[in-house]
Design a protein. Structure first.
Length: 99
């Protein structure tokens, strides 16, 4: 299982990350190319974008489950990423207060 204390610093904050066990096998980048990319100097993958829709999350979970060395984690900064606010928080500000 991946360890968030060992994750590469290149990962964007959020739920998914790649840790230092990555052997640069390319599988996650093929499975979920919209979220995983290669650090060319470091020779490993990292998460450059966090998924937001369920479909995107499923794609990242598929990459996680496919990783041969379990270097992908999904227990990162869940919900704490202020740069990635998941658009669903304030349904009430939609016109009730019109005068
Ligand atoms: S699938 Fe796992 S080992 Fe392969 S590149 Fe992605 S994180 Fe690294």
């Amino acid at each position: 299982m991946a360890n968030k204390d060992d994750k590469w610093e290149n990962n964007v904050p959020g739920k998914f990350y790649v840790d230092q066990q990555c052997i640069d096998c390319d599988l996650c980048r093929e499975t979920a190319p919209g979220f995983f990319t290669r650090h060319d100097d470091g020779g490993h993958s990292y998460v450059f974008k966090q998924p937001t829709t369920q479909e995107e999350i499923d794609q990242c979970m598929e990459a996680l489950e496919g990783c041969p060395v379990e270097a992908i984690g999904s227990d990162g900064d869940d919900g704490a990423a202020d740069s990635q606010s998941q658009a669903s928080a304030t349904p009430q500000a939609t016109g009730e207060a019109r005068s």
